[in-house]
Design a protein around this ligand. Structure first.
Ligand SMILES: *Cc1c(COP(=O)(O)O)cnc(C)c1O
Length: 371
């Protein structure tokens, strides 16, 4: 009987494309017609739109969310001998860019209920080498950014970089994610809350000097054409991808509102069924970049849901400090909550074109598999 259940997409980029087809095609055709594939007018147009949206003074688009993190760290001059405090319960790119620059990631454990960095544990990890704190707004919900900013200010103005790859559009005490700290870095990977049709990303700051540094780093450290004032990289976002994001902005407010509505429906339905889920704090709105629950016997639950036409994913199965490439930065049992939630987290289908009926079907199927 399960076999007749229609498959629910984990994310539905096709439905979104169908809803925006004329706008997307018009925007893409405009780029093909004017031919400025690198740093065309759509690049600055998108940056201005995103500055207005987030309230941040500067938006600098980048080749990806990973490059946004890298460029931010480079603009701060972080490198060999420096330490950056971050969470081990994230996608590898967060800590990877710290290591790539020769600095050391210092892993701080997470809160077991939100899976975000536990701010109460940060200060004990600050040393004279600490240069920055890099929290992740995991699953679309900001970390305790004001507390993190206050800790950073108390310790000689450490920089704070929000890895907001999953949280574009989220709010924290009425302010937008990406505009909560020294830098906010987001990703336009297709499945993120605001996605393009390839790789893309952006970083945000209110600091004029850092913004200028990031703009130069993005184009091989050039302050003018062929004047290389600093070491940079090729980190631009394609004009075509900026055009895609511009078209998608037409539906973005609706999509974010719908994500929040669906997240709320999931919360209420799962709570009523007595299931365990990632918790939301009252002073912030998650955009549910992922909708994530905690289950025991995850492999079995995933298999049963798959048979019922419900795809799931695991973000993330192994914390970074237990990964081969990062293990030497932190003892294996230093972050017990990260180790524990990594064994239990499971993300359910979440996208703005999901229906209330589908949420109910997913919640009931989950309740059946976990009894
Ligand atoms: C997706 C993601 C990134 C990387 O973004 P890309 O655009 O794929 O480079 C970094 N950090 C987190 C938390 C992410 O989810």
């Amino acid at each position: 009987m399960y076999m007749s259940s229609p498959l629910i997409p984990f994310v539905d980029l096709q439905a979104q494309y169908q809803a925006l087809k004329p706008q997307i095609q018009q925007r893409i055709n405009a780029v093909l017609d004017h031919g400025q594939y690198i740093m065309g007018p759509e690049v600055r147009e998108l940056e201005e739109r995103l500055e207005a949206y987030t309230g941040a003074k500067h938006c600098i688009t980048c080749a990806s969310g990973t490059e946004a993190l890298l460029i931010s760290l480079m603009a701060l001059g972080i490198g060999a001998g420096d330490e950056v405090i971050t969470t081990p319960f994230t996608f590898a790119a967060t800590a990877e860019m710290i290591v790539l620059l020769g600095a050391k990631p210092v892993f701080v454990d997470v809160e077991p209920d939100t899976c975000n960095i536990n701010v109460a544990l940060i200060e004990a990890k600050i040393t004279p080498k600490t240069r920055a704190i890099m929290p992740v707004s995991l699953y679309g919900q900001a970390a305790d950014m004001d507390e993190i900013n206050a800790i950073a200010a108390r310790h000689g103005k450490l920089a704070v970089i929000e890895d907001a790859a999953q949280s574009f559009g989220a709010e924290y005490k009425g302010r937008k994610s990406c505009n909560l700290s020294t830098f906010g870095c987001t990703s336009f990977f297709p499945s993120k809350p605001l996605g393009c049709y390839g790789d893309g990303g952006a970083l945000f700051t209110n600091d004029d000097a850092l913004a200028l540094a990031c703009r130069e780093i993005r184009v091989h450290g050039q302050s003018r054409r062929y004047v290389h004032s600093r070491i940079g990289l090729g980190g631009r976002m394609d004009t075509l991808q900026c055009a895609v994001v511009l078209a998608k902005l037409e539906r973005f407010e609706w999509e974010i509102a719908r994500r929040m509505e669906l997240g709320q429906l999931y919360n209420e339905t799962l709570d009523a069924l007595g299931l365990t889920r990632v918790q939301q704090r009252a002073d912030r709105n998650s955009v549910y970049g992922q909708y994530t629950v905690l289950v025991d016997n995850r492999d079995v639950v995933q298999k049963k849901l798959k048979d019922a036409g419900i795809p799931t994913a695991v973000h993330y199965p192994v914390p970074l400090n237990l990964q081969p490439a990062y293990a030497h930065f932190c003892c294996a049992d230093c972050t017990p909550h990260a180790a524990s939630v990594a064994k239990r987290v499971m993300s359910l289908p979440m996208h703005p074109d999901l229906s209330n009926l589908e949420v109910n079907r997913i919640a009931s199927a989950l309740a059946e598999t976990t009894v």
